[in-house]
Design a protein around this ligand. Structure first.
Ligand code: URA
Length: 434
């Protein structure tokens, strides 16, 4: 087979065979094809698209490009969740302990933040001592013994995705539906999931700008999973404004702790309950969503979800005292409010701008190798629909570097829109795809 023939077939709008897709992915993963040929194929796919059969083949080829985990010696049904990424999305920190407290073990691999999207591992690493990198043996042992694991993706899990994602990032080919769907689902299949609840974000702070595109992506991923014999459901959730109140690593851990120990932000709590309930139903641990939600609420109320969070911190080397007393978590030296220059109703709090402000304070990374400052970030004090007076605090900026305060302040003000007329709050969810 020749790479140029594969590229030319897609360039001219043809359909690739299963053998062509398998061959290309194998050769590229084994470094026998150069980046420029893979980049050319990615651009051809971006422009010409892929049929459902091609997308399934691409997903399976990527899933089998490295190790495929089998957790069935340790759990009966492997349930997983995946968020397509957003601003203030600390859902995993809350959902995992809830589901585990309901009697369903979860071993989850997560990612780090890039750009204005935060990463679960960066958030958890604000807990002193907590270790994200586990070997496959450690992952399986912890899942068997404790029923809860959260860690980085092992190096040999879907290595084709690792290489291709890096290339997509620098060739303007990230936002192609078949490529996104294959990237996400290949990792879930390689991780050994039997069922996946997808959290597909839509809006200013998400990959998908419109509900239509998000539904299209969600349908594709649900189909891919089902074709591979998995139980799937996808929530289409809002990411026009940040989720919850905190954006930034330790700030988001503190907010997750609030939900686990008390009530926390209502939108964040409601979203986590919905995600956890879907996971329980998919795993067969609850007959329907109403029962599942009641179970989740009971586990929050009786403190058992909180106990599971503490267990996750302890068994991965984290200092449990710092989550029991969150003032011991990294804290920024400077906290400055951003007052509202106008009176009226909040019409928008653009999540992308808030994410960029938090990143500019040092909470995120522009390049993979950048270090994050766990203490800094943004507290979002208003939601769309709120009424504000002149001078009311819209945000609180948490910074360590005084020189970063003014740019963050300006960026945050540019994120807000006001209206003289009342504005309806944004919905939390737009659709559920089954
Ligand atoms: N998340 C992924 O893992 N891959 C994509 O392509 C997009 C979001």
């Amino acid at each position: 087979m020749r790479a140029t023939d594969v590229i030319a077939t897609k360039r001219d709008g043809g359909e690739l065979t299963t053998a062509q897709i398998d061959w290309f992915i194998n050769e590229y993963t084994a470094d026998r094809l150069p980046d420029y040929q893979a980049a050319a194929l990615l651009m051809a796919i971006y422009l010409r698209g892929m049929s459902r059969r091609e997308t399934v083949d691409l997903t399976l080829a990527m899933a089998h490009s490295g190790d495929v985990l089998d957790v069935h010696g340790d759990v009966d049904f492997a349930i997983d969740k995946h968020s397509s990424g957003g601003v203030g999305d600390k859902t995993t920190l809350i959902v995992l302990p809830i589901v585990v407290a309901c009697g369903v073990p979860v071993g989850k691999m997560s990612g780090r933040g890039l750009g204005f999207s935060g990463g679960t591992l960066d958030k958890m690493e604000s807990i002193p001592g907590w270790r994200a990198e586990l070997t496959t043996e450690e992952f399986l042992r912890q899942l068997r013994r404790h029923g809860i694991v959260l860690c980085g993706q092992s190096a040999n899990l879907a290595p084709a995705d690792r290489k291709l994602y890096g290339l997509r990032d620098v060739t303007a080919t990230v936002s192609a539906l078949p490529l996104i769907a294959a990237s996400i689902m290949s990792k879930k299949l390689a991780g050994g999931a039997d069922g996946v609840v997808l959290d597909v974000k839509v809006g200013r702070g998400a990959f998908m700008p419109t509900v239509e595109r998000a539904v299209e992506l969600a349908r594709l991923m649900v189909q891919l999973g089902e074709d591979a014999g998995k139980r799937m459901v996808a929530l289409i959730s809002d990411m026009n404004q940040p989720l919850g109140r905190m954006v930034g690593n330790a700030l988001e851990v503190k907010e997750a702790i609030e939900v686990l120990r008390a009530d926390g932000a209502p939108d964040l709590r409601a979203h986590c309950l919905a995600m956890a309930a879907h996971m329980l139903v998919l795993a067969g641990a609850a007959p329907d969503l109403v029962n599942a939600r009641d179970m989740c609420q009971a586990r929050l109320a009786d403190g058992s979800a909180w106990d599971k969070f503490c267990l996750l911190v302890r068994v991965q080397g984290g200092d449990v005292r710092s989550v029991e007393k969150p003032t011991l978590l990294p804290t920024a030296r400077l906290v400055q409010p951003v007052p509202s220059p106008h009176a009226g109703f909040i019409a928008a709090v653009h999540a992308d701008k808030v994410g960029m402000a938090s990143m500019a304070l040092g909470a995120g990374r522009e390049r993979k190798q950048d270090q994050v400052d766990h203490a800094v970030g943004v507290e979002v004090l208003v939601k769309v629909g709120d009424a504000v007076k002149v001078g009311a605090p819209l945000f609180a900026v948490h910074a360590n570097d005084p020189e970063r305060l003014v740019p963050a302040h300006e960026q945050l003000l540019s994120a807000v829109r006001w209206s003289d007329a009342p504005v309806k709050p944004l919905p939390l969810h737009y659709d559920v795809i089954t």
